[in-house]
Each structure stands twice: as C-alpha cells, then as structure tokens.
Write a protein that binds this ligand. Sequence first.
Ligand code: T4K
Length: 371
Amino acid sequence: MEHNILVTRSSMPGFEEYCEEIKELWDSHWLTNMGVKHKQLQAELENLLNVPHVTLYTNGHLALENVIAAMNLPQGGEVITTPFTFASTTHAIVRNGLTPVFCDINAEDFTIDTTKIESLITDRTCAIVPVHVYGNVCDVEEIDRIAKKYGLKVVYDAAHAFGVKYKGISTACFGNASMFSFHATKVFNTIEGGAVCFSDDALVQLLNDMKNFGIHGPEEVAFVGGNAKMNEFQAAMGICNLRHLDAAIVKRKAVVERYRSHLDGVEGIQLSPIQADVESNYAYFPVVFDEKKFGASRNEVMDALAENGIGARKYFYPLTNTFAAFHGEFDANKTPVALHISKRVLTLPLYEELALEDVERICKVILNCKK
Ligand code: T4K
C-alpha cells in the first residue's frame, strides 16, 4: 500500500533549532504582547521585504480585517473584490460593515480582471481588495491607475504571495497595504500568523493599537480595538522558518517543474501561467480540467486521486458570492469566469518535502483519467 499524500504539509525547522529559539522564553517568562521575538521577526521581515513597515498578527484573517478597518472607509461603502478566494477575503470586508462588489477574474491567471473594474465603480465605491491568488500577481499597475483616478484605497490580499516579487519588487509594497498569511499551510509559516505591510508612517501606531484593544498608552484606551497580537512562540517559529525559506522555495520549484513536465500541453488541461517579470514562490499548483477535451471532469479526477490516497483540493470552490452566509444576496452569474474556473479547478499536492517520485505517481493517476 502506497503512503497517503495530503494537499500540503507544513514546513518546519529542526526540533532542536526551534527549542534553541524558544529557550530564552523560559528564562524571561515573556510569552506575548510584542516581546523580543515579535520585534525581531518584524525587523527581519521589513528588511527581507524591503518595505517600511510590517505589523504582525495572530493570523492572516485578523490582519486583513484590521487593515481594512484602518483605511477608515465609510460604513456601507462598496469594496470591489473577487469571489475566487478563501472565505477570509469576503468576510473581512463584510465584518467591517462594508459591501463587497464582486468583479470577475481573468481566465489566464485567475486574478481580478482589471478591464471590468471601472464599470463596477459607483459613488459609494471606496476601496479595492484584490487577491494575488495562488501567488499569481494581480495587474498592480492597472489597479494603481484606477485607484488614483477614482480616489480609492487598495488593500491586497497577498495571503498566498509571500516571497513573490514583481519586477524585482516584493508584493509587500503595492497598494496602501498588503496582507500575508503565515498559516501552517503557507510557504512561510508562524504556525498561525499573518502580517500587514505598508509604507504610511501614520498607520504604525493605529495598527498596533488596533491589535491591542485600542490601548494607546498606559492609561489611555483610544477606541474599541480587538486582540490580534502574534505571540512569542509563533514569532520564534517564523524566525526559524525564515532561515530556510530560500531552500524551501527551491524545492517547491523542483516539484512544480516536475508537474509541468508531465501536464503542460496535455489536451483539456490548463495550468497556471508562468507570469512575466514575476519571481514565484510556487505556493499552489492549480489545474483546470476541461471535461470535453480531457474526457474526465475535475470531480472524477479528484475521486481517482482520493482512491489512490492523494488529497487534492478544490481551492476555490464554491465561490464566496455563493456562500449560504449571504442568503442569495449576490449573483455568481455576474462573475462567469470565476464560476467556470471554480467548477473545474483542482489544486494538486505541493510542499517542499513532496518527493518527485510522488509527483510522478500523482501525474500518472491524473493522466490515467484521460479518455
Ligand atoms: N486570504 C486568502 C486568499 C487565504 O487563502 C487565506 C487562508 C486567508 C486570507 C486567511 O489567512 P489565515 O487567517 O488562515 O492566516 C487552509 C488554511 O487554513 C487557510 O490558511 C488557507 N487560506 C486556505 C486556503 O487553506 P483548509 O481548511 O483547506 O486547511 P486544512 O486544515 O484542510 O489543511 C490543508 C492541508 O494542510 C491538510 O490536508 C494537511 C496540511 N496541514 C494542515 C494543518 C492545519 C499541515 O500540514 N499542517 C497543519 O497544521 O484551509
């Protein structure tokens, strides 16, 4: 019986390395509330990403919720975003009392279709929340042009795009702010965790207060904030994992190249493009199946993989604009490309330790489905 393969597997440092990193926490008894590890990781990330400011969070979702709140948008304002994403993106908008307006994605790299943004702008539009889905970089130049023309804020959901560069610039540097997820399933993890990256100095204190109950000083609580601080154990994990990030990306690249060598050019299979001017982090490996040409549907391929102990996932199906949570408020037919892709996409296993022989095994099962 061959071993099971899950869709991903957390990158972890050596046990000894992590123990060494957390040793001083036993001496200091300082476990959270922006301690030394938190500050160290923040400084390392500012340096690595070449961005003026990084604020660390207990998870990516709260990072996104907080930074959207920090944009000071009008209650009920409209925020243009895409439905082809994890629940977090849409929820962060709605939980801020804002209204998501869903823009379609483009069929090539699955990011927001910038040719469709302007027709969605009304006098209530206040922001755009695009998603660098799978680590594919959005058309940041066009988004910047539109935002400037209409006076809109831009907050990128860059949950998948840590370590990705466009024209040599980190994805941390675009828009008013970018959010990264450091969840266990991401290219770089702090167990759970997240960050907001930005250049506006005025946001530093605001974001720090927001993630700490609105406490502005020892005797001043300036507003009703929540609690979203990254703790010292998370930060220590990040410090360790950062040392191995480059090596992890090299291994992921080899996995992706092996997948491409088998699946690229197969009739009925569409792969994510290799984007021009982009340094990838090889975060996800989505495959879109055209049943008519391939001879098997996405669901049939997924079932065949499952029968062979291989856990592929439907990231991202269903679309967020179809969630029961929204009681039919949105019409997914207005985002037809996203709807089409979400019914056909399958994300294959990808992590740094995935053996190339396992990639061979996965591709064999997929290609055996072809009729
Ligand atoms: N925006 C976007 C676009 C996102 O994709 C996400 C998160 C966010 C925002 C919010 O960021 P966070 O608040 O999560 O930091 C996973 C992740 O939980 C989630 O972080 C991620 N996106 C989403 C795309 O995927 P599930 O429900 O698919 O995870 P789960 O538990 O099924 O795990 C998937 C596989 O990962 C498992 O089969 C094995 C492996 N795994 C999982 C865990 C929990 C590990 O190897 N170690 C682990 O600790 O959501």
